[in-house]
Design a protein. Sequence first.
Length: 719
Amino acid sequence: MHHAQPSSRSGCKISAIFFAAAFLGGASANAADALQSKSTYSKSYGATKGSVEVDAAKDLPRYPAVEPKDAIATWKIKQGFRLKLAAHEPQVRDPIAISFDERGRMFVVEMNDYSELRDVTPHLGRVSMLEDKDGDGYYETSTVFADNLPWPTGIICANGGIYVIATPDVYFFKDTKGAGKADVREVVFSGFGTGLKLLNVQGLANCPQWGFDNRIHIQAGGGNRGVVTSPKRPDLKGVELGGKDFWFDPRTHEFGLEAGGAQYGMSFDDYGRKFACSNSDHLQYFVYDDRYAARNPFFSMPSPRQSIAADGGAAEVYRISPDEPWRIVRTRWRIAGVVKGMVEGGGRVSGYFTGATGTTVYRGDAYGDDFKNNTFTGDAGGQLIHRKKIHADGVSLIGKRPDDEQNFEFAASKDTWVRVVNFANAPDGCLHVTDMYREVIEHPWSIPDEIKKHLDLNSGSDRGRIYRIEPERADWNRRTGVDLSKASVADLVKTLEHPNGWHRDTAARLLYEKQDKSAVPMLENLMGTSLSAVAKLHALAALEGLGALRDAIVISAMDDRSEHVRVRAMKLAESFLPSSIPNTPIWKGVKRGAHDSSLLVRFQAALTAGQFADGDKSIPLLGIIRQDAADAWVSAAVLSAPPHVTSPLFGELSRDKKFSTSPAGAEFLRKLVQVIGAKNDAKETAATLGILTQGDVSAPMIRAFAEGLKRAGSGIAKV
């Protein structure tokens, strides 16, 4: 993400989040018109470098807004589902993010100051609390809970209140008087986006999510910068974002950084795996925790953030709405060279993702198993909701269109004002959709002034809709009256086995906040008796959060029948391993992981073993690489081990003729000697050269060693 400069893809920096849509989704008749010759464009529009003319009435006609009572009729949704309005104006305006508290109340971020009204004071952004008091599914009661917020972009309920992101700050709001309005307002973190000449409205921190590590994770907005500090923790040094994401502990306000770089839309699946999106890359997955990448300065791990859509990040989409006239004009001018900006899609105005936003994993219990852990992504400019099914792809994952959604979207609207920007899993097990509902949604920097002067960028600031996606099944009844605020500790532990993700996450969070140690024996019992892998993952997290995770529980989890539980246990094992050569049962579990039937477990075993690799501790790495040298991710995990282990590994593996003569083994050894050369330890390089000069050594191996030495400012002649 970039902030203040024009984008090479759009001519103006569309970089960032949810509403970004340089062109829209779905081909239309107007798009074909954009393929006329440059001379035709210039003639039709008076398009010369010094003179650009637009007939606003003829070239930029306006489509009218659709009133809420007629909104559902504009949508086409997958068979077996229906849309219901959960809220609309005047109860809610410009909704871009929602979070449900333990009482089932909906808290909504309203970005009323989008896109050019940030400096209006008091600030127009706010959070409203919506309640469905009669249980009919429509949130008829709305109260402004917190206001005077500049460009608010994210929210999560915790600690009896709400954390709200309004760059450069993260606020905590709480109602201690039961008045329905926050009387506590405090800045808990500050510094997001600081040091930039201009803030990019579409590149702000967003989407806080609860994780299995009992932390709240914040997507920093892609490529964002700023030194983040906490007034609550003046004892802690600030951290420079540097394009990473941010996490914090809501109890202690400890904070830190993690792999990031995506724009607007981030969530975790049932197994704690992190997904995200960027404007022209609608589905991304974080393969590993990037803390492992820093331990070997002589080897660069592949980026943990990977684009995983089978049909590409800017995949084809199928909108059913007409192209907006101003976009058609802009595309013509770009082709004619009148205004700057890359001509995308062969001159099509729409038909592919450029405004992907809000990628969210569905974790509810209303749609059936086929939809669990599917991702849903909006296209803010294309009036649509796109679905992907997630499949294993070795260590990584791949997202594919469902077989029965090959030529249409899960849902799409004919109404050009519809702006799907985000989603949320809800207490009723359904996915809720935030529709900002604006006539124009685009980064103002990317609209030529000759067009912009004819548009009203504030049109629709008094409107907004929230939809609920419901199954059309006779046996489905919507869950109402959810309230976990009164649940006992025993009930909360039991709720960790609930089929609905919102219930599990909320129960886990409440257990962490309560810090009631009476939960420990119940959590340990759940670990031994539950048939649910997801429940066990929550129980492990709860025990860790209570400071009560015993090595016996971790050892047992390392042998669980679920590979996801085994992977999580492998990570947790790291805090139990001593720095000296371990002979503990936990270390034996790591060794077993090296030969696990699951590639995911072996990959994590390589990362975990590498944390302690030395002497006996390098044995798991040998077993793993002998089995998985052909896997690029596993190979990288082993190579990322601290550099002092590379020479012993090379010594062992170079003597293994079966390994060293295989194509995958030879390639791994080539990378290994490059690391040894770059480290340039005199004793190790001499030993390595001695091995390389014996027997039949390939030229690529010698070249790799020389390349490594060159990086260190040395050469073979100096060894």
